[in-house]
Write a protein that binds this ligand. Structure first.
Ligand code: CDT
Length: 307
């Protein structure tokens, strides 16, 4: 047995006017609950500290930068780091990162049990658009406010296993899991802010969106023999509903824990990382079965091409 007791700390909505300090207090409450259950690791959502600001069209870069963190930890977030260290729990959460040389990334971090940042990931697959789009029911301006991540898909030796991170839209891309799978990943952790309705197709509502959400997570887990922990920011943010449905998926692709509400909610599961071994040594033994001579298009082209 190589147990990692993971908590998926779903956050309910964060309104535009809500302060980082208020959100951090909510995160600490979930952390305390996780400590009561003896969790080793607690995962929070994408852009956990604020509302999902890419829905708002802004032209003033100074205003945009108010949504970013120039340091991590900073004064607002330090209490979360302090409490996690005191409880001996590793944490992961997403935030908007402004680097010292002025770059903007949609980032997530992983700490060890002592509150040290041991891993950083920057979102690779940025969805949405970069200019105001009057044809959408609402905006999704990640391509305007963020640059694509420049760190690839690393994995980290942590908590006795191999842990990788991705963020929200990354979960829809098989390459995300496979690049980590090729490094032996045993647990992929991620947060998301997924609008409950498709802004370009109003009839695609929460039911279909939940179906796609589970579909990609379960496939990614199974095809790479890894646990996947996916954590929502959910509920109604200033009139904009976000999907809930936080889940923990096992290496067979089965959902083993799932949230029931659209609010702050902790779900948890003891993941035995040894359960990843069977798949990795049999049907998804990459070394024996992969045929890279046929996969060239995966890295040599982006759009659809013939011949
Ligand atoms: N945050 C994020 O990546 N959300 C996307 C919405 C895509 S629609 C523009 C997602 O894949 O859930």
């Amino acid at each position: 047995m190589r147990p990692v007791h993971v908590g998926a700390a779903q956050l309910g909505p964060i309104q535009k006017a809500e302060s980082r300090e208020a959100v951090v207090a909510r995160m600490i409450a979930l952390l305390e609950e996780a400590a009561g259950k003896s969790c080793d690791l607690v995962v929070f959502p994408e852009l956990a500290l604020t509302t999902f600001f890419p829905r708002w069209y802004m032209t003033d870069q100074a205003e945009v930068d108010t949504w970013f963190e120039a340091e991590m930890p900073n004064a607002a977030v330090q209490p979360l780091f302090d409490r996690a260290k005191a409880l001996g729990i590793a944490i992961s959460f997403g935030y908007a990162e402004l680097t010292p040389d002025g770059h903007h990334f949609n980032t997530s971090i992983l700490t060890d049990r002592e509150g040290n940042i041991v891993g950083k990931y920057r979102k690779v697959h940025l969805p949405g658009h970069d200019e105001f789009d009057p044809d959408r029911a609402f905006q999704h301006l990640e391509k305007r406010y963020f640059e694509p991540g420049d760190l690839g898909f690393p994995v980290w030796d942590a908590l006795g296993g191999v842990i990788g991170m991705c963020i929200c839209n990354d979960r829809r891309w098989p390459e995300t899991y496979r690049v980590m799978g090729l490094q032996g990943v045993e647990m992929v952790i991620l947060g998301y802010n997924t609008p409950s309705v498709n802004s370009q197709k109003g009839q695609e509502g929460p039911e279909e969106r939940l179906f796609h959400h589970r579909l990609v997570l379960q496939a990614g887990a199974y095809q790479n023999a890894t646990f996947v922990v996916a954590v929502a920011k959910a509920g109604d943010e200033d009139g904009h509903p976000l999907l809930a449905g936080s889940v923990i998926v096992d290496p067979n692709g089965k959902v083993v824990a799932e949230s029931k509400t659209e609010g702050d909610e902790l779900i948890d599961y003891v993941c035995d990382l040894d359960e990843t071994v069977f798949g990795k040594e049999t049907i998804f033994d990459f070394k024996r079965h992969r045929r890279v001579e046929h996969y060239g298009r995966i890295t040599s082209q982006t759009g659809v091409e013939r011949a």
